[in-house]
Design a binder for this molecule. Sequence first.
Ligand code: SF4
Ligand code: SF4
Length: 338
Amino acid sequence: MNPVLSYTLITLGGVGFVLGAALAFASKRFAVEINPLVEKIQETLPGANCGGCGYAGCAAYAEAIVLKGAQATLCAPGGQAVAQKIAEMLGLEKTVTLRRVAYLHCAGSRDKAKDKYVYDGIRDCRKAVALGGGPKACEYGCLGYGSCVTVCKFGALTMGEDGLPKVDRLKCTACGACVRECPKHLFDLLPDTTMIYLACSSHEKGKAVKDVCSVGCIGCGICVKVSASDAIELKDNLPSIDYGSSINLILAQYKCPTKSYIDQAIKRPHMSIDSKCKGHGKCAGICPVKGCISGEPGQPYKIDPLKCIGCGLCLPVCPEKAIRVVGAMGYVGMDMYN
Ligand code: SF4
Ligand code: SF4
């Protein structure tokens, strides 16, 4: 063999061997041990990486639970079911109860709901309701005289300028005084992690609702259909929702023709497709938002961040795992450390 070629091969072989040995040594010496419990908890979390728990993503939250004693109840998408599983993994008490907060199931503010007569009596909802159910044209709507605000001993309720009571989630102790006081039964104590909720209590249908309120539920059942979950069903023209489950109401809120759902998140993450995309187009096939995902078969697809609602339906269908979550969720007044 040509001596130059021999020397070259020997030199390259030697360098390769030394570098390989160095890499093998480094991988052992600097290997980061992953706590198996962190891994297990991370697998239990829904993988939304929304940041709603206050940590940078599901992995960081899992680590915080195991190493920093963070509460198991901070995952909004996972809800009660996930919190319960994590608590069991940690060997905590069998039943985990999420902190509860009062939610008002009415969005019929002065500019959205009509009155049927002018009420000039005592500014008290219980007294007003005695006069033909009160002045609101919607028999289920909030009267706006603030009896709930008066009975709240914790200052968690105030009357908004729009004529509807506002809940301060940090001050609410879930004592239930407002629930008992409201003559229209508009309050409910729901898990504090509930981001999207139904803000209507009307059992009327279509025209009867539209005649009195621009944001009232018309009982069309679209939200029930798109959610495809046992945790939501239409009962007497109104969706009945198990907020303690891990139901994802993003689609329900997006598709509701009357905008009867309220989303408390001020910002939601969106999805993005990276260069691993081989253009299968499965994501575009499942995305419920028109024009959000575009592309040609065999070419990398794209997601319009301004159109993406963050429902995450595209994540599990991508065979190349080319879709990732970008950004974190912003919460309105959420106390995650209680
Ligand atoms: S929620 Fe009930 S008690 Fe409070 S202002 Fe409305 S009708 Fe009155
Ligand atoms: S989609 Fe909206 S209007 Fe229709 S049932 Fe659901 S909440 Fe009511």
